[in-house]
Design a protein around this ligand. Structure first.
Ligand code: DGY
Length: 427
């Protein structure tokens, strides 16, 4: 345990640039939104002040309308594409123009709950709460303009699950005409066979150019986007963060924030249930432009267990994971291995990601499914011991894929090891 722990801390320090961390040098040389928030959990294990700084830095770049961008380009780096010259969002410090899964509310609550320096924690939370709440409100105003209860993604990068099979059909509607010539950089840092395809990159860039042409005006982007997908996992993260924000606000007497977040969580939770698939025994994405559920059994439909979906649904999701586990050496795969489209090494089309494992295990534990939660934690640590701190892993072989020395992977390892230490016998 000691070596794995020390190695995880070493990687966090390696990628720590003082006020923010990069996910990994080379492939991702800036600050990424949900990477930072989940990384702060790991940082808080050995330096609480530094953990708060990570989240403070991210929120210092929140847009005036409430959006928290998915990348903050703190310093120039030619090694990444698309950089600030492509996004052209006009922010004082350049940022991207889209967002990412809102894990901040959850992360802040968790760091607060276990903080040893209570004074600092309360000061930080008081400063962050209105900002986090504004971001949650931004989602409902701009990504659910007709008040359906669930928010849509306008770009696969917002989900974080860039090339999930979930998006394939909806992505067909995204044109590629007029995409400016470009050179990818990601494939110079990672094995191209583990990354999204050129056809997907063309569409990622078409959407960026389209939104840029609309002046990054969030009141226009939703209706103008040919890609509007409701991801149950993303919405579950928002719901969980709204609940955590409401609880924190209540504890600190911030009743307006508490009430607003409680309401958003309740609305989201009842709408989420409409995405349940009895056939797949998990949730499915919905394509808002067609109004249809997307028949794709990805981890996006397993992740909703992170929200309080009830013991019955949690139990069914646990059984789905057990079924997948029967076909694999490592869990949880980012796509159902029984689907012929499953690809064990290609980014979000099959590989295991430790951040997903962390959130899924956390939700399963809350839903009473501790045995499966423990199994996920063990599988995660087995992967690290076999293959080091990779970006993601082949669930069939455990092969490390994507970038190496990966920050949020290391952060999750600290979380898993501390969990095991705190509850001997578990995991
Ligand atoms: C990338 O560049 O691969 C990112 O996932 C976009 O956020």
């Amino acid at each position: 345990m000691i070596d794995t722990y020390a190695d995880a801390v070493r990687i966090l320090k390696l990628n720590d640039l003082g006020t923010y961390t990069v996910p990994t040098h080379g492939l991702y040389p800036f600050q990424w939104n949900w990477d930072s928030c989940l990384t702060a959990l790991g940082l808080s294990r050995y330096d609480e002040k530094r953990a708060w700084t990570e989240i403070e830095t991210l929120f210092a770049h929140q847009w005036p309308d409430g959006m928290v961008p998915h990348i903050v380009f703190h310093a120039d780096d030619e090694g990444y594409f698309p950089g600030p010259d492509v996004w052209r969002t006009g922010r004082p410090t350049p940022t991207s123009g889209i967002t990412q899964p809102p894990v901040a509310g959850f992360a802040v609550r968790r760091i607060f709950d276990r903080a040893r320096d209570r004074k600092m924690a309360e000061r930080m939370v008081r400063a962050l709460l209105p900002k986090i709440s504004a971001w949650h409100g931004w989602f409902h105003a701009n990504r659910d303009p007709r008040g359906e209860g669930l928010v849509a993604l306008l770009h696969p990068w917002e989900a974080g699950r860039d090339n999930s099979i979930d998006w394939d059909e909806a992505f067909e509607r995204v044109p590629t005409e007029g995409v400016e010539p470009y050179t990818r950089r990601d494939t110079q840092h990672a094995n191209p066979a583990h990354r999204p395809t050129k056809a997907q990159y063309d569409r990622y860039l078409w959407l960026v150019q389209h939104f840029r042409d609309l002046g990054w005006d969030n009141s226009k982007l939703h209706d103008a986007s040919p890609f509007q997908v409701i991801d149950p996992g993303f919405n579950a993260i928002l719901i969980r963060s709204c609940i955590d924000t409401a609880d924190l606000a209540e504890a600190l007497g911030e009743m307006v924030i508490a009430e607003a977040n409680r309401k958003m969580a309740d609305t989201g939770l009842s709408a989420l249930d409409r995405l349940w698939s009895t056939r797949h025994s998990q949730f499915l994405c919905k394509d808002r432009t067609t109004g249809m559920l997307i028949d794709s059994a990805s981890i996006g439909g397993i992740l909703p267990v992170f929200a309080p979906i009830g013991a019955e649904r949690a139990g069914r999701i646990a059984r789905t994971i057990e079924n997948q586990a029967a076909a694999l050496r490592f869990i949880v795969p980012s796509h159902d291995p029984a689907d012929p489209q499953f690809e064990s090494k290609r980014y979000w089309r099959g590989p295991v990601w430790l951040v997903m494992n962390y959130m899924i295990a956390d939700g399963l534990r809350a839903g009473g499914e501790t045995a499966v939660a423990d199994r996920i934690v063990r599988s995660s640590l087995d992967l690290i011991r076999q293959s080091g701190f990779a970006e993601y892993y082949d669930p069939e072989t455990g092969e490390p894929c994507g970038g190496g020395s990966f920050t949020w992977t290391a952060a999750m390892v600290l979380e898993f090891l501390e969990l095991q230490r705190a509850t001997p016998g578990a995991a």
